[in-house]
Design a protein around this ligand. Structure first.
Ligand SMILES: NCc1[nH]cc(CCC(=O)O)c1CC(=O)O
Length: 311
């Protein structure tokens, strides 16, 4: 940060830009004498568009280049979708703030059909997420799940071109882009548990940059921070990324208790291990780990072993 100017690094997709501009606007509103600049960057996840993320492998596909630029001092902040952030943050960096979620849910989007129940036998549903695939197949084993990658606008264009009968996307991304009217239904959490951190933004900064840390502190949502702590602890314990079919959702409810719900499924949706727990918000990390242990013990470990992950 030089003379009141902060540089935010961002991916160049419409959604990433919207998110970075939103955070830049919030910072400037809160700190009128601070100027925020955006620096567009490309990540590995942006360059490889023809393969499912689970097949590309590796963690931090959407974050690594931004993190390297931050460590090199070229940018001061990176704004990410929390769900794109690996559970381990590189040495020297930290998540300085986690915002409230816009919407944690997954959206059912279709030209012809209003809801998943209306889809005919064998209907073609587009998603490259193993989590969505498994949970869709668990309730509708007849569906044909087809790979669908690309940014939100590309995915909608493929749906509109008739490649799919329906697609499933994060509701938050659609809403942020002003495409909320494309959502036919939000899939209920009883059917589809979201990805870790879905719908929330993470603002990453250098751990030793106290000035910037203080500047962004107002963006922290305490309830979401507790929820994210539990969700990310769960994911860390099951060694997950976008490579495995896991879903988890935490929320601070009545009496300030943190409720956590999670699932591990086989890729074909035939087996789903699902459970929930609750406790005080300051035990978020423990709750997430305990839930992971429970699910591993009731079948999750075997499911992960089949896809080559030993925990
Ligand atoms: N996987 C890519 C990605 N990362 C964040 C979002 C949406 C916004 C969010 O979840 O906060 C999306 C698109 C999607 O899953 O449909």
């Amino acid at each position: 940060m030089n003379s009141g100017t902060i540089t935010i690094g961002t991916r160049a997709s419409k959604l990433a830009l919207w998110q970075a501009e939103y955070i830049a606007g919030e910072i400037e509103k809160r700190h009128p004498d601070c100027r925020v600049e955006l620096k567009k960057m490309t990540t590995k996840g942006d360059r490889i568009l023809d393969a499912p993320l689970a097949k590309i492998g590796g963690k931090g596909l959407f974050t690594k280049e931004l993190e390297q630029a931050m460590l090199a001092g070229e940018i001061d902040l990176a704004v990410h979708s929390l769900k794109d952030m690996p559970t381990e943050v590189p040495e020297g960096l930290m998540i300085g703030a986690i915002t409230a979620r816009l919407d944690a849910g997954d959206a059912f989007v279709s030209v012809r059909y209003k809801a998943i129940e209306e889809l005919p036998q064998g209907a073609r549903v587009g998603t490259s997420s193993l989590r969505r695939r498994a949970q869709l197949l668990a309730v509708r084993p007849d569906l044909t799940i087809l790979d669908l990658r690309g940014n939100v606008n590309t995915r909608l264009a493929k749906l509109d071109a008739g490649e799919f009968d329906a697609i499933v996307l994060a509701a938050a991304g659609l809403k942020r882009l002003g495409l909320g009217e494309r959502i036919r239904t939000i899939l209920p959490r009883a059917m589809i548990l979201p990805a870790v951190g879905q719908g929330a933004l993470a603002i990453e900064c250098r751990a030793d940059d106290l000035q910037v840390r203080e500047l962004i502190d107002f963006l922290c949502d305490p309830h979401m921070t507790a929820a994210a702590t539990a969700e990310r602890a769960f994911l860390r314990r099951v060694e997950g990324g976008c490579q495995i079919p896991v879903g988890v959702y935490a929320e601070v409810g009545e009496g300030s208790m943190l409720h956590v719900e999670a699932m591990i499924a086989s890729v074909d949706g035939m087996r789903v291990c699902r459970s929930r727990t609750m406790g005080a918000t300051d035990t978020a990390e423990k709750l997430g780990i305990a839930l992971a242990e429970e699910l591993l013990d009731v079948g999750g470990r075997d499911i992960l072993k089949e896809i080559g992950i030993t925990v």
